[in-house]
Design a protein around this ligand. Structure first.
Ligand code: 5GP
Length: 189
């Protein structure tokens, strides 16, 4: 997606240990008009699929999932990362290792919101090693639903996630793929 590449080159910065920071439009401040273009692009990429639900993970996935959901006309469910008294007791859980935080945490989705007849599109902001996406896929499988696709805004092609997901047969589509962030320079594939 050319528009996204331009935006990343203009506003993105390279942080420590291979982190791309896009806080100005995706991860802290949200550029809604721009995210709207991302939402439309996801709709186009998955237009051949009958989606009944979009699944993402808090917090950064919620914005793009919500905007994309308007084009799919389906609800968004976000997996929770933190224990909360508000969360239903009956949940599907999965363990996810966080690349940015350096620790493993549990993600949870109430059994009410993903069911066996759901055809799920998983959306997230970044794909690095693929643990977040695999955790979400695991939750859909536990619920007996089907994963129709995984849509990623920025895939980091120099990490293993893309390979891992594609090799396991996941219908993965990324809007842009970063080839390298070496020497603080953003290079696309
Ligand atoms: P994975 O589970 O694929 O290893 O990592 C994906 C998650 O880690 C994403 O949900 C995202 O929040 C975070 N992440 C991984 N790499 C980056 C990065 O370079 N920049 C930002 N902003 N987040 C990242």
């Amino acid at each position: 997606m050319e528009l996204l590449k331009e935006k990343i080159l203009k506003e993105g910065t390279v942080g420590e240990s291979g982190i791309l920071k896009v806080d100005s439009f995706l991860n802290h401040q949200l550029d809604i008009q721009f995210l709207n273009e991302i939402g439309k692009e996801f709709k186009e990429l998955f237009s051949d699929k009958k989606i009944t639900k979009i699944l993402t993970i808090e917090a950064s996935g919620i914005a793009i999932a919500s905007i994309a959901a308007q084009y799919f006309n389906v609800p968004v469910v976000f997996a929770k990362k933190t224990e909360s008294k508000n969360l239903d007791k009956e949940t599907y859980d999965s363990d996810v290792y966080s690349f940015t935080k350096g620790k493993t945490y549990k993600i949870k989705v109430s059994k009410k919101y993903i069911q066996a007849n759901d055809k799920v599109l998983i959306l997230d902001d970044f794909l690095a090693n693929g643990y977040a996406a695999l955790g979400l896929i695991n939750i859909v499988e536990k619920a007996g639903g089907s994963v129709e696709g995984v849509g990623i805004v920025i895939e980091k092609g120099f990490q293993e996630g893309g390979k891992r997901l594609r090799e396991s047969g996941v219908n993965l589509k990324s809007l842009v793929t970063i080839e390298s962030l070496e020497n603080n320079t953003i290079k696309f594939k």
